[in-house]
Design a protein around this ligand. Structure first.
Ligand SMILES: [Zn+2]
Length: 340
């Protein structure tokens, strides 16, 4: 069983999850990602996964073919919903059992390893399911925070080639996230507008970092991008979470992502990446209680795509400070030109 341990030296939490050692492809010899014949996420291989939590189907019964998107528990969970939620203290050590949820969204039935080949409808179905899972997990008041992300390719820590997204929901807010939230609320209190709004306003005025936009979203390369070709797709209006997106918003986000991935592949070729949904905490806790009710005004929903063109080195690990060899203005210019 996993544990969430508090690192007193660095003031952060770490999940110790020995079960994850046994994943396919985890060990260094790794091997190659599975092909369609052996892939447990492909349509008709439903019996190879644990029973599904949710699905959107065109036809068929649960745990059989006919689905468009499917959600299953992760077989190699970081956290599990059956674990107790008590805290433990022993001398300078502090931990809790690995309580939480770890779900896999299987994005589509076909083994499509390139996101530039997704259809608009596939993006819409995928986003609709993510919104539905966040709404559902929010009903469990023990879950305070969740992370929704994609690891795509070996350099981005993926062990499965089939397109999938992970959700990890937990009983605490990671310390770096709490610090970021506090900073964003403080900015809002001081300036009267969300920091994301201020950055978006400036990017639209200067234009050099804007890649594309529609009525609801803007895709841009952040002024201080940590990684080469990092892209931030940010909501134009103040919505804090994916759960606040209406149908029109889902379609607008789908269409911007569809175009964006065509351009990213055109510029970068086949590349590994992480994709992260920026979602605020689900419930207040001891640390966020003081400012939780102000997050709706100050926290802005977005999606971040982080190409993993090189690894993270000792300097980045030691300092949390990144060295980015590609100016965001240059990356944006290339991604704009790819659309011409
Ligand atoms: Zn597959």
């Amino acid at each position: 069983m996993s544990q969430i341990r508090y690192d007193l030296l660095h003031d952060r939490y770490v999940i110790i999850a020995p079960e994850r050692m046994h994943r396919d492809g985890f060990l260094l010899d790794g091997g190659v990602p599975e092909d369609e014949d052996t892939c447990p996420f492909c349509e008709t291989k439903e019996s190879l996964t644990p029973p599904e939590i949710d699905a959107i189907r065109a036809q068929g019964a649960p745990n059989g073919p006919g689905w468009k998107v499917r959600v299953v528990p992760n077989l190699y969970k970081m956290l599990r919903i059956e674990a107790p939620t008590e805290h433990h203290h022993e001398s300078v050590y502090e931990w809790q059992d690995g309580f939480g949820a770890h779900e896999i969204i299987i994005d589509m039935p076909r083994h499509e390893t390139r996101m530039d080949r997704w259809t608009k409808e596939e993006y819409v179905t995928w986003l609709t399911m993510i919104r539905r899972r966040v709404l559902d997990l929010r009903n469990d008041f023990r879950l305070v925070f969740l992370s929704v992300f994609k690891n795509h390719g070996r350099n981005a820590a993926a062990t499965k080639g089939h397109p999938h997204t992970q959700i990890v929901a937990m009983p605490l807010v990671p310390k770096t996230i709490t610090a970021r939230l506090r900073h964003q609320v403080a900015y809002f209190d001081h300036h009267g507008r969300p920091v994301a709004e201020a950055l978006l306003h400036e990017a639209l005025a200067r234009k050099s970092c804007v890649i594309l936009q529609n009525d609801s979203f803007v895709a841009l390369t952040p002024y201080a991008s940590a990684m080469p070709f990092e892209v931030w797709v940010v909501a134009r209006r103040q919505i804090p979470s994916i759960t606040d997106l209406c149908e029109t918003g889902i379609h607008a986000l789908a269409s911007i992502l569809e175009t964006l991935f065509v351009r990213l592949y055109a510029v970068l070729g086949v590349f590994d990446f992480n994709l992260v949904f920026e979602i605020p905490p689900l419930q207040p806790n001891g640390e966020s209680g003081a400012f939780f009710d102000r997050l709706a005004q100050s926290y802005r929903f977005g999606v971040r795509i982080v190409p993993r063109l090189s690894g993270i080195g000792g300097f980045e690990y030691a300092t949390g400070m990144f060295v980015n060899p590609v100016a965001p203005e240059e990356a944006a210019a290339k991604l704009r030109e790819a659309g011409r």
